[in-house]
Design a binder for this molecule. Structure first.
Ligand SMILES: [Mg+2]
Length: 248
């Protein structure tokens, strides 16, 4: 066998995020998909003056701010820091709120995202066959490890992975090498024995190649490779094609 270990990205690789499964709410006369309605219901019980639109805007703003910071150096902005910004944006003093409210909001948001993650039915049997022959890991850029664990548990595949590494626990996001090294270390595999599988050329392919791993790029839309990125070892349209690569 050419590889000892297979490492997978999570979103748009193992699962697809389907925004239409997020709750629909109306904000300023416009229909949007967001967890903000559920967050608002929870928050309103403790902070009666907060409106839904303000809650939605603060949630969107906190996401934009986290994305701005992440783009600087790929350091992860974990969910508690994002929600601290959310509170500040609403003019709320986090220390003055009931203990556990921040965590309850994060978990409400986590459950809404978990329900919106769709696990394609053919991925389960495929991962089970692969787990019999390879060490498997998940390497995900995400701000809250429990969300990733929930999604994999609901899909019934979490026990197939020797390591589930999420950037909020590592502190760094792909394409930084720290997160790939963490996953390889936990699998006990070297980069030369491992294949990384992911949908983002700039994050998954470039990051994995930079640490010396082969990379399979999932490119369902057959979009051209960005000019600055070295070609992946393999390019596929769907995860189902992985076995043909591994057993030529
Ligand atoms: Mg992805």
């Amino acid at each position: 066998m050419r590889y000892a270990a297979l490492l997978f990205d999570l979103f748009d690789t193992l699962v697809r995020f389907d925004r239409t499964r997020m709750p629909e709410i109306r904000v300023n006369g416009k229909a949007v998909r967001s967890s903000a309605g559920e967050l608002h219901a929870l928050l309103r019980a403790h902070v009666p003056g907060v409106g839904l639109a303000a809650c939605y805007e603060a949630l969107m703003d906190s996401w934009r701010e986290a994305e701005r910071l992440r783009a600087i150096d790929h350091r992860e902005v974990a969910a508690p820091a994002r929600f601290a910004y959310f509170f500040r944006r609403l003019g709320l003093e986090e220390g003055a709120l009931p203990p556990g409210l921040g965590r309850a909001l994060i978990d409400t948001h986590r459950r809404a995202l978990g329900r919106a993650a769709e696990f394609p039915p053919h991925h389960g049997p495929l991962l089970r066959r692969l787990a019999a022959r390879y060490r498997l890991a998940v390497v995900s850029n995400f701000d809250y490890t429990p969300t990733a664990l929930d999604i994999l548990e609901r899909a019934g595949v979490s026990e197939l992975f020797g390591a589930i590494v999420v950037s909020d626990a590592v502190g760094w996001r792909k394409p930084r090498r720290e997160i790939f090294d963490e996953a390889l270390g936990r699998l006990g595999a070297g980069p030369g024995d491992a294949l990384f599988v992911g949908d983002r050329a700039d994050i998954d392919v470039a990051g994995a190649r930079a640490v010396g791993m082969d990379a399979a790029w999932i490119n369902p839309g057959a979009t051209p490779l960005p000019a600055a990125i070295a070609p992946p070892t393999f390019e596929i349209r769907d995860l189902a094609e992985l076995e043909a690569i591994l057993n030529p």
